[in-house]
Design a protein around this ligand. Structure first.
Ligand SMILES: Cc1ncc(COP(=O)(O)O)c(C=O)c1O
Length: 406
């Protein structure tokens, strides 16, 4: 028997697990930890969506197996959203599929299209499934910069010239988790031109399509003419309607990729519970003021957090989208690295954040702070961090606290 399974060997223990364990231990010891670690939306799902679920579940016909690619009304609702929001036409039959959250879709599409040894281009740092979906599928990942600019484009150019075998797919994710970077449509034009020229598939993760704070809403890569020849895009209800636990997402775009994902899923699942799909349809087709309210909520939190941290002497860039601040470790603590700094924040400021190294080696030097507690708690977090940063002996954690942080 193998001492470790081949696939499991390729999945390093989740770096976040270390901070999570320390957090759980601190809480068990009675500490009040302000948890800005995981990107887990804390607001309730809007009541009209919950009401639709309750109504649908009363009908026993909804208790049967559903369909793995999603009920037709839901796929039509997603196509209508793309029409309304991006002026993009999608055929709900061949160009849209519902997924059990976008994470499931990303992983299963990776499995569907990958041959062992394929080269895949993934930004670093990035949301872990972007690379690990392909690693699980047996691909080799080549890291590219995470900035939507010339640097990424130059890296793509080098990648096609120097990778063997030639890359088959590229991931993009804007607004980005963890960096909160946004991309312009012009950038997507360059990506689409490049991918078409080199016959590379593009998987765009647009999970934060509706979480933005400036005047311009994030574009979709599918707005670029010809994008459907090579691209699929993943969207999600998790953040837009605060439905993370419902597990409802979508892939839309290139019909060949959608068909491949549909085939894969037809072997793996029967789709989300039908009442969830009915409620998801109501979310997309119903009143959208709840989405504007969600944006306003995250924006207010962003302002409280960023202003507070800046006034405490921590110069954190203000994110223009997503639900994260991507914060460079203050210079005085930089030598600690992101994991140790996160542990110290937990032990000494009672604030949990995600260490940048958990998103890839180029995430080192940063921590990701999620806007998932209310403004009252964020102010408390800022006060705690202010004291931590101001402490004279801001060196290693005190022994008993170091124990908590281990
Ligand atoms: C960039 C990004 N993509 C996908 C997901 C997964 O979302 P879902 O709940 O739709 O699986 C997340 C969740 O945090 C995310 O940050």
């Amino acid at each position: 028997m193998p001492s470790e399974f081949h696939r499991i060997r390729r999945l390093p223990p989740y770096v976040f697990a270390e901070v999570n364990t320390a957090k759980a231990r601190a809480r068990a010891g009675g500490e009040d930890i302000i948890d800005l670690g995981m990107g887990n939306p804390d607001s309730a799902t809007p009541p009209h969506i919950v009401a639709k679920l309750v109504e649908a579940v009363q009908d026993p016909r909804t208790h049967r197996y559903s369909t793995s690619k999603g009920i037709a009304g839901l796929r039509r609702a997603l196509a209508a959203y793309y029409r309304r929001r991006f002026d993009v036409a999608l055929d709900p039959e061949s160009e849209v599929i519902a997924t059990l959250g976008s994470k499931e879709g990303l992983a299963n599409l990776a499995a569907a299209i990958t041959s062992p040894g394929d080269t895949i281009l993934v930004p670093n740092p990035s949301y872990p499934i972007h690379q690990f979906g392909f690693i699980i599928a047996g691909a080799a990942v080549r890291s590219i910069p995470a900035t939507p600019d010339e640097e990424m484009l130059r890296a793509l150019d080098r990648a096609v010239r120097h990778s063997g075998p030639k890359p088959t797919a590229l991931i993009v994710n804007f607004p980005s988790n963890p960096t909160a970077y946004l991309a312009e449509l012009d950038f997507y034009r360059e990506i689409v031109a490049f991918a078409r020229q080199h016959e590379i598939f593009v998987m765009s993760d647009l999970a934060y399509a509706e979480i933005y704070f400036g005047d311009r809403a994030p574009p979709s890569i599918l707005q670029v003419p010809g994008a459907k020849e090579i691209a699929v895009e993943f969207t999600s209800l998790s953040k837009t309607y605060s439905m993370p636990g419902w597990r409802m997402g979508f892939a839309a775009g290139n019909a060949r990729l959608i068909t491949a994902l549909a085939r894969m899923k037809s072997y793996l699942d029967y789709g989300a519970f039908t009442p969830i799909q009915v409620a998801a349809t109501a979310a997309l087709n119903g009143p959208q003021d709840c989405v504007a309210e969600m944006r306003a909520l995250y924006r207010e939190r962003r302002d409280v957090l960023v202003r507070g941290l800046r006034s405490a002497g921590w110069d954190v860039p203000s994110p223009e989208g997503s639900m994260f601040a991507w914060a460079p470790i203050p210079p005085r603590f930089a030598a600690l690295g992101s994991l140790e700094f996160s542990k110290q924040l937990l032990a000494r400021a009672k604030v949990a954040v995600a260490p940048g190294i958990g998103f890839g080696e180029h995430g080192e030097g940063f921590v990701r702070i999620a806007l998932v507690e209310n403004t009252h708690r964020l102010r408390q977090a800022v006060r705690n961090i202010r004291h931590f940063l101001a402490a004279d002996n801001a060196g290693p954690a005190e022994p008993q606290l170091a124990e908590v942080a281990r």
